[in-house]
Design a protein around this ligand. Structure first.
Ligand code: CP
Ligand code: NVA
Length: 309
């Protein structure tokens, strides 16, 4: 794997082989941390963390993974910068490119993270836009792989708003790793058919889109996300109506395989997309998933900034 100098704006920036190797590296750095090993692989490096939306996990994952190995993460909230008022995104990116070694962005438009990468000339990591959340899905795939020992042939059913950032990146990630992916959502909330076609063409893994919760039957993983994403708060009432039949509850989990796990990228709105009982159940993998954000962020930065573990 040679990812030195590369950005991660969408999972399609990686080849399936590179994605697999990044998961291997993530598992290695997780083992190292759990064994109490201490490394200083980011010494002398700096990371600009540009935030337009709130975050608990992504911000903490990148800042701690980078900082604990000697790197200097600098969190920059957009409204505290000159950006937008006097200065363009292109000019901001060129300044960042002169001062930092990498940029981690969270915000609205996918175009913003693309412009940052184009003008900064340093690796840029997409920590969520309106349409993608690739660094989340690295952690999700690691979680599934560690649980089942392999990704190939595992079946995942995502239930809820299946055209949001998490569902979209999950669909891409599954198609690249041999996970049999089913997206279950009412018609108005189904994924972009063009991207579905791209994902189907790019892999041998089955990809199904359905508005019938019966499509969850036998799934190894049941995954959901909030019904109204950040920036869509005014649509909450409409989504409650549209998605009322798509809550992940005991009845829905009974459709899945007996050994199925529950996953959620978090934060979760309990009582909407998932019940408290499912969220707290022994088969819920949400904390493992959250922890894996850190290990996968570290592996991504090691591969793109240092080139080795
Ligand atoms: N899953 C996730 O991205 O969480 P945060 O919004 O807290 O970063
Ligand atoms: N779809 C959610 C993910 C949060 C991590 C959102 O965009 O708000």
């Amino acid at each position: 794997m040679n990812l030195l100098g590369r950005s991660l704006l969408t999972l399609h920036d990686l080849s399936p082989g590179e994605l697999g190797e990044l998961l291997d590296l993530s598992a290695l750095v997780r083992r190292q941390r759990r064994a109490g090993e201490r490394h200083q692989r980011f010494t002398g490096l700096t990371l600009a963390m540009l935030y337009e939306k709130p975050s608990t996990r992504t911000r903490s994952a990148f800042a701690t993974a980078f900082g604990e190995e000697g790197g200097c993460p600098v969190v920059l909230n957009r409204d505290e910068l000159q950006l937008g008022a006097k200065e363009s995104l292109e000019d901001t990116a060129r300044v960042f490119g002169r001062m930092y070694d990498a940029i981690q962005y969270r915000g609205y438009a996918q175009e913003t993270v693309e412009t940052l990468a184009r003008y900064a000339g340093i690796p840029v990591y997409n920590g969520l836009t309106d349409s993608r959340h690739p660094t989340q899905v690295l952690a999700d795939l690691l979680t599934i792989r560690e649980h089942y020992g392999s990704l190939d042939g595992v079946s995942l059913a995502y239930v809820g708003d299946a055209r949001n950032n998490v569902a979209t990146s999950l669909m891409v990630g599954c198609s690249m790793t041999g996970v049999d992916c089913t997206l279950v959502a009412p018609r108005d909330l189904q994924p972009d058919p063009k991207l579905v076609a791209v994902c189907r063409n790019g892999s041998g893994a089955p990809l199904t889109v359905s508005d019938d919760v019966g499509a969850v039957d036998g799934a190894d993983v049941v995954y959901t996300d909030v019904w109204a994403s950040m920036g869509e708060e005014d649509r909450e009432a409409e989504r409650l109506q549209l998605l009322a039949g798509y809550q992940v509850n005991d009845a829905l989990m009974r459709r899945a395989a007996d050994t199925a796990i529950f996953m959620h990228d978090l934060p979760a709105v309990k009582g909407n997309e998932v019940t408290d009982a499912v969220f707290e159940a022994p088969y819920s993998a949400v904390w493992e998933q959250a922890e894996n954000r850190k290990h996968t962020a570290k592996a991504l930065m090691l591969a793109t900034l240092v080139g080795e573990a």
